[in-house]
Design a protein around this ligand. Structure first.
Ligand code: SIN
Length: 506
């Protein structure tokens, strides 16, 4: 395989300096910034506005063991481990469970409003949780959290948020991060920093259809791969079982939250059979991988490419109150949830793999952290438990802030003279991004086989080989290079795991 890394001289670019630079403006990035002391300069750089993040779209809520319904930390720990198929990292899960409630209280202190009554949090239920433990804000928890954190961060003098800026690469020297290289209004610039935090989200847009926000295509993970950083569990992808189905070819698909099944919605196939009863004792609230696979199997046997979600035992008023966003979306698509079944199908939703980090969010590259969906703390194992994603982002985000606070005052050398960085932007991939995303849907779906993955590998290798050299540094081309390198890592991990563990899906 050809080597794509070219040296880039940052001496020729305008330079800026900050203490901590955060790439991406999701919940983990904003929360980490707010948890840092006010004498530390933080620059947040994001290629899309804060509303265009997966965090903003999150519906369900944040899982946490409360003192209600006889819930315990042990029960939450067990649910997370069982859902992760025994592949979750026990130390990381212990941290997640033990620090969950503290961080929710911290969010409240920062101005986030969760649904409550006189007895405390109103808790939702979602798949594979043994009790109701989802702290929520209506059916748009992500939006509530993000609005509060973003506006607070905007008001802080030490935090500078710069949206619509594309990050080309991280700057590294001798396995140490020294900042980032950005494309700002068509100009290449460098931002040097003592610490860099990657918070670029998952990889949803590598697929033809996804619940993810546009622009989420693994940029931060590709940067780490170029800098020879370590990634982990790259083939562990999660397909959400109940995504609104319509026959449009729109990439961004609307989620029908698992919380709807948590409130009693049932799944039916096109013959009106409640198929989950035969699949798992938890039925519609079985772990996500099981529900998604079961739906896929039904779809393969049917004429219609979707199954149906039924919550018609609720009345319109109650539905509008509990699920205002979802009810409104369905209504705009001519479905009244109180009267009609909602067509749903599984779609690419979440990435359990990513940049390998330790329990303080540290990557394998010195002075470089990662948090949120782009990172792999190991808590989710092979299959994430519902509403553990925002939780992971805040728990490990705060740990990163603490770790930086303990060390930053000792750093004197900001490596201001480092010039050579890894830039993988000088190639033009000839295939368009839709073709690449189509391949992923076709060959790397829920029902993938070794044969299909190998077919995908051939196509991706060809795309690599057909790439043409170019001098133009442009966002769209770099994004495609990023997509291809992340897909290659996904394929390698998948084939390695299947071959070494003999766990193929054939
Ligand atoms: C949902 O509301 O179903 C999504 C929550 C999650 O992905 O954990």
């Amino acid at each position: 395989m050809r080597e794509y890394i070219i040296p880039f001289d940052t001496n020729n670019t305008p330079k800026e300096y900050t203490d901590v630079v955060i790439v991406g403006c999701g919940i983990a990035g904003l929360y980490t910034a707010l948890m840092l002391p006010s004498d530390i300069d933080v620059t947040i750089v994001a290629k899309e506005p804060y509303k265009e993040t997966n965090s903003y779209l999150a519906q369900g809520g944040i899982a946490a063991p409360c003192d209600k319904f006889n819930d315990t930390k042990e029960m939450f720990f067990n649910d997370t481990m069982v859902c992760g198929r025994g592949e979750s990292d026990t130390e990381a899960v212990n941290i997640l469970v033990n620090e969950a409630m503290d961080n929710i209280i911290q969010l409240e202190k920062l101005g986030v409003k969760f649904d409550k009554d006189d007895n405390g949090f109103l808790l939702g239920k979602e798949g594979a949780h043994s009790v109701s433990r989802i702290v929520r804000s209506g059916d748009s928890t992500g939006k509530s959290v993000m609005e509060a954190l973003y506006h607070l961060a905007k008001s802080r003098e030490n935090i500078n948020i710069r949206e619509n800026i594309f990050v080309i690469d991280i700057l590294t020297y001798a396995n140490k991060s020294t900042g980032i290289l950005i494309l700002d209004d068509g100009r290449v610039k460098s931002i040097f920093s003592k610490y860099t935090i990657i918070n670029t989200g998952g990889i949803g847009n590598l697929f033809e259809q996804t619940t993810n926000a546009k622009g989420i295509n693994g940029d931060g993970i590709a940067m780490i791969l170029r800098a020879n950083g370590i990634v982990r569990n790259m083939s562990y992808l999660q397909f959400h079982p109940t995504v609104f189905y319509n026959n449009s070819s729109l990439k961004q698909s609307f989620l029908i939250s698992e919380a709807v099944r948590g409130e009693g919605a049932l799944l039916y196939n096109e013959r009106g059979e409640r198929f989950m009863e035969k699949v798992h004792p938890m039925k519609e609230l079985a772990p996500r991988d099981i529900v998604s696979l079961a739906i896929m199997q039904q779809i393969k046997k049917q004429i219609t490419p979707c199954v149906y979600l039924d919550i018609t035992h609720w009345n319109e008023e109650a539905l509008k109150l509990r699920f205002p966003t979802i009810f409104g979306f369905c209504q705009r698509n001519n479905i009244n949830m109180a009267e009609n079944l909602v067509p749903v199908a599984p779609r690419m939703h979440y990435f359990m793999g990513g940049i390998k980090v330790d329990i303080n969010g540290k990557t394998s590259i010195k002075n470089l952290y990662a948090c949120g969906e782009c990172s792999c703390t190991g808590v989710h194992g092979k299959n994430r438990l519902a509403s553990n994603s925002l939780l992971e982002a805040i728990v490990f985000g705060r740990r990163i802030a603490r770790n930086i606070k303990e060390n930053i005052y000792d750093i004197i050398d900001n490596d201001k003279d480092i010039r050579i960085v890894n830039v993988d932007s000088s190639y033009k991939i000839m295939e368009d991004e839709h073709t690449i995303a189509k391949w992923m849907g076709q060959y790397f779906g829920i029902d993938r086989t070794i044969a299909k993955v190998k077919q995908l590998e051939n196509k991706i290798n060809k795309a690599y080989c057909n790439a043409k050299k170019t001098n133009i540094i442009c966002r769209e081309e770099i994004e495609k290079v990023n997509m291809i390198s992340v897909i290659k890592a996904i394929i390698n991990d998948d084939l390695n795991k299947k071959i070494t563990k003999k766990t193929n899906l054939n």
